[in-house]
Design a binder for this molecule. Structure first.
Ligand code: FES
Length: 527
């Protein structure tokens, strides 16, 4: 039977706040998986990584099936700000010190190839997604010194990127310092792009099943919606790999990043990408930085999209600044630099996986022969997910690819920097087990406001949610992945795990791995 697109209205996303992307494009929905099947390649996840891998493999002549538990782009791709850049947020000077000059050159080459591939796919598949080439400007955070821009200038030249040091920040006159100009970056509307990519993939004979949750993966078989999908090769592109219980989760850490979007009068700001070098005094190994771009909106307005204020997932309290308070900091920063900004029309947060040695992981899952993963996007998810399409297709079709070693998930990069970052990240993870000993968030359930939740009990931790009508429901607060205690995120109305980033709705339903089950429903304490 020919596959049919259902084109369901409504928003499916991993949080209460809706991004400007999800709000302006109807997500594509396909049939659910309702019977077993056989294919050459099964790809799990229909974000930018999964769909690009699927598209490239289909172009190479492979029979490919995509399994997605939400809709097209309903995971983190729908919550990005979609900078398409070869300016890596972990810096070429750092990457050179970890992977050598050749490694830095391959990182630059692969991310540049990803920008070019997105442009080529838009052109060849006629995808109208507001793709535009723009320049990018890296400028100093107040806590940083000019030397870091000088080092980056040298490192980018060695890596093959034609950056220029300029003595202003184009588009932000209030910034008095220098900036590094990265030419030929790009931007687009990520969900318009993904819908076009999904359609192009199905034109090539690919099949997509949405609302199809894969919960077991082993060599040769995926189990999804209770049916077996037999596949010679399996690609897990689910932001963080749920098929890997421990190894990969010691190599990367989950962070939340915040976004506000202001309307600005049409054509008042020349489109560009802007990034500052990040807060050098941050408590987090992965320093938060500010990132800004524009996006066409309507006849009168463009959108100005500003992200930042990152913290390690479910640990906002370490800075005494709850999740829902972080947008204020972004707004102050934005209005100081872009007086053209008018009303704030969107805000949301998204999750970013930060690898301990600064580069993402694309390739065979450690210990597996025919199972591949894509994870550790850091702040470069658009290019990282796209270069995965090139690299995994080469790996599966047996074509040599010189980037393979650089992105190998099994790599071990031992330097002073990675050892320090690793220990810091593991320390903050291990200290989460102390949560079992902490007192309840509230003294009595009656103090939980409607629409909010709390973690109560000592040793036996329970996540209690009170709905808008005042009715309580309760779940075990123990994350089904490795047993950390989840925390309530009052901004996105979710229970987030501080250890490896699993997230659950206020009703305990799984939204993000690596956990692969809901929070267990339990009795409401005292009832
Ligand atoms: Fe690993 Fe929760 S995500 S313990």
């Amino acid at each position: 039977m020919e596959q049919q697109q259902l084109n369901t209205p409504g928003k499916v996303t991993s949080g209460t706040h809706i991004s400007c992307w999800t709000d302006t494009v109807k997500p594509l929905e396909f049939f659910k998986l309702t019977s077993p099947l056989k294919t050459q390649v099964a790809v799990i996840g229909a974000g930018i990584a999964g769909l690009t891998v699927a598209y490239c493999l289909a172009k190479a002549g492979k029979q490919v099936v995509v399994l997605e538990d939400g809709l097209i782009g309903s995971g983190e791709t729908g919550r990005t700000t979609a900078h398409i850049a070869n300016a890596l947020d972990d810096r070429y000077s750092e990457i050179e010190s970890l992977f050598g000059e050749e490694g830095a050159r391959y990182a630059a080459e692969s991310h540049t190839a990803a920008i070019n591939l997105i442009e080529q796919i838009c052109r060849e598949e006629n995808i109208d997604c507001d793709f535009k080439r723009v320049d990018g400007y890296l400028f100093l955070h107040p806590s940083d010194k000019k030397k870091s821009l000088d080092d980056e200038l040298t490192a980018t030249h060695k890596a093959g990127i034609a950056t220029d040091m300029i003595y202003s920040v184009s588009g932000i006159p209030t910034e008095s310092g220098p900036s590094l100009k990265f030419p030929q970056q790009a931007q687009f509307h990520p969900l318009k792009y993904l819908n076009g990519l999904a359609e192009a993939f199905t034109r090539l004979g690919g099949r997509i099943y949405t609302k199809t949750h894969a919960d077991k993966v082993k060599e040769g078989v995926v189990e999804a919606n209770g049916f077996k999908v037999e596949a010679e090769q399996i690609v897990v592109a689910t932001n963080t790999p749920f098929n890997d219980w421990a190894t990969m989760h010691t190599k990367q850490s989950p962070y939340r990043s915040y976004v506000i979007v202001a309307k600005v009068p049409k054509d008042k700001i020349e489109p560009a990408l802007w990034w500052d070098t990040g807060d050098q005094n941050s408590v987090w190994p992965s320093m938060p930085y500010n990132y800004v771009r524009t996006q066409p909106y309507d006849d009168q307005y463009d959108l100005l999209i500003h992200g930042g204020a990152d913290h390690k997932t479910a640990q906002a309290n370490k800075e005494d600044e709850p999740e829902e308070e972080r947008y204020k900091r972004l707004e102050t920063w934005l209005r100081e630099r872009f007086p053209q900004a008018e009303e704030i029309v969107y805000r949301w947060s998204g999750q970013v996986m930060e690898p301990v040695d600064d580069l993402g992981f694309i390739g065979k899952n450690p210990g597996d022969e025919n199972i591949y993963i894509v994870t550790g996007d850091s702040g470069n998810g658009m290019t990282h997910g796209t270069l995965a399409g090139i690299l995994i297709t080469d790996l599966i079709t047996g074509k040599e690819n010189r980037w393979a070693k650089l992105y190998d998930p099994g790599r071990i990069t031992v330097t002073l920097h990675t050892a320090k970052t690793y220990l810091q990240e593991q320390y903050t993870t291990l200290t989460q087990f102390v949560d079992y000993l902490l007192p309840s968030d509230v003294e009595s359930l009656q103090s939980v406001k409607p629409g909010e939740a709390a973690i109560v009990g000592k040793l036996k931790k329970v996540a209690v949610y009170r709905d808008e009508a005042g009715t309580f429901s309760a779940y075990s607060a123990v994350c089904p992945h490795m047993g950390c205690v989840v925390q309530w995120n009052n901004d996105e109305k979710s229970f987030d795990c501080p250890c490896h980033g699993s997230r659950f709705t206020c009703k305990g339903e799984l939204m993000n791995g690596p956990a692969n089950a809901n929070l267990e429903a339990v009795k409401v304490p005292g009832q």
